[in-house]
Design a protein around this ligand. Structure first.
Ligand SMILES: NC(=O)C1=CN([C@@H]2O[C@H](COP(=O)(O)OP(=O)(O)OC[C@H]3O[C@@H](n4cnc5c(N)ncnc54)[C@H](OP(=O)(O)O)[C@@H]3O)[C@@H](O)[C@H]2O)C=CC1
Ligand SMILES: Nc1nc(=O)c2c([nH]1)NC[C@@H]1CN(c3ccc(C(=O)N[C@@H](CCC(=O)O)C(=O)O)cc3)C=[N+]21
Ligand SMILES: [Mg+2]
Length: 295
């Protein structure tokens, strides 16, 4: 790996180890429940990794796999049953849900104290108001990688491209909490490349392969690429490969530090999900948060 690569895989492995140590120190074994509706193969990979790492860190993993034609009411009932189960500490509903299901209604059913994705109105409100609560995983992973690279983030100009509920908006708020000067760019932003070139920390979260070019990046900037895009690649056995939103080959020589895809933010998302499960278990059960889980 070249000198300016941010090794998300390694940082995530370290965080998972901290989670495993924390789990051992607890009198209880935290449980993470995943609700998966339908048969999207990409989701299956993600869920398989979550299950594997949940067990590897010493926690219990519960899966609710429902067929794609499950009714909205049935998904809501599944969430309610997990809310009511005192052994379940974290609930993750894999998005996107099939088109016939209103995901807002399903997410609104999640007990905020078990909301390890940080997606409920209560979690979002706590984040906005600066109160303690469960923070979204991918944004938390981005903050950890930025701090790992730059140390204190105070005063840095952070440009987030994207304003989704899952990634862009909470990412902007978490970097604001780190005393960054934050710009949120999106599909209606004018002069996007110039806005991006002002960033000390650039965080594309769009879903467009190779969108961010070398001349969008200030020399020496820290680039944290959230995008995960599957593109065709005839040279691969699978016929496809994963790329981010950044044109990596162009950007890497300009950036001071940059995350690869895969091996950047993705593994951090899962590690932060596990961390949130421990935090939820401690809060729900009135236990002190073990050392080593602070950011
Ligand atoms: N690494 C990880 O762990 C994770 C990665 N992802 C990946 O991150 C990416 C974003 O995910 P998500 O936020 O859910 O996606 P959404 O589609 O919900 O949001 C995309 C955002 O990008 C903006 N956008 C779209 N086109 C442009 C453009 N041409 N210029 C500037 N902004 C644009 C949209 O703006 P507008 O609001 O104006 O439409 C929107 O705010 C995807 O590739 C996804 O796969 C997602 C979750 C976790
Ligand atoms: N409620 C909900 N919460 C989410 O956080 C959520 C979601 N729904 N729906 C889908 C997106 C996507 N997402 C990923 C997380 C990790 C990897 C990941 O670990 N990627 C590896 C590689 C994976 C591979 O090789 O296929 C990497 O980037 O290195 C990918 C994608 C979470 N999401
Ligand atoms: Mg224990």
């Amino acid at each position: 790996m070249s000198g300016n690569l941010i090794d998300g895989k390694q940082v995530a492995a370290r965080l998972r180890n901290d989670v495993a140590v924390a789990v051992k120190s607890l009198a209880v074994t935290p449980t993470l429940a995943v609700v998966l509706v339908g048969d999207d193969p990409a989701s299956h990979v993600y869920v398989r990794n979550k299950i594997k790492f949940t067990r590897e860190t010493g926690m219990n993993s519960v899966e609710q796999r429902l067929p794609a034609d499950t009714s909205e009411d049935a998904v809501v009932e599944t969430v309610r049953a997990l809310n009511a189960d005192p052994d379940v500490d974290g609930i993750l509903v894999q998005l996107p849900l099939p088109d016939h299901i209103n995901s807002n209604r399903v997410i609104a059913e999640i007990d905020p104290d078990k909301d390890v994705d940080g997606l409920t109105e209560v979690s979002a409100g706590r984040l906005l108001l600066g109160k303690s609560g469960l923070r979204p995983c991918t944004p938390t992973g981005c903050v950890i990688l930025a701090k790992e690279t730059l140390g204190d983030l105070t005063g840095k100009h952070c440009v987030v491209i994207g304003r989704s509920i899952l990634v862009g908006k909470p990412t902007a708020l978490l970097f604001l909490e780190q005393n960054c000067t934050v710009t949120i760019a999106h599909s209606r932003t004018e002069n996007l490349s110039i806005v991006c070139r002002g960033a000390d920390i650039l965080i594309p979260a769009v879903g467009r392969p190779n969108m961010v070019k070398a001349d969008w990046i200030k020399a020496g900037a820290c680039v944290i690429d959230v995008g995960i895009n599957r593109i065709e690649d005839a040279s691969r056995k699978s016929g496809t490969r994963l790329v981010g939103d950044v044109d990596f080959a162009e950007a890497e020589p300009v950036a001071g530090a940059i995350t690869p895809v895969p091996g950047g933010v993705g593994p951090m998302t899962i590690a932060c999900l596990l961390r949130n499960t421990v935090l939820a278990a401690c809060a729900r059960r009135g236990l002190a948060v073990p050392d080593g889980l602070a950011i």
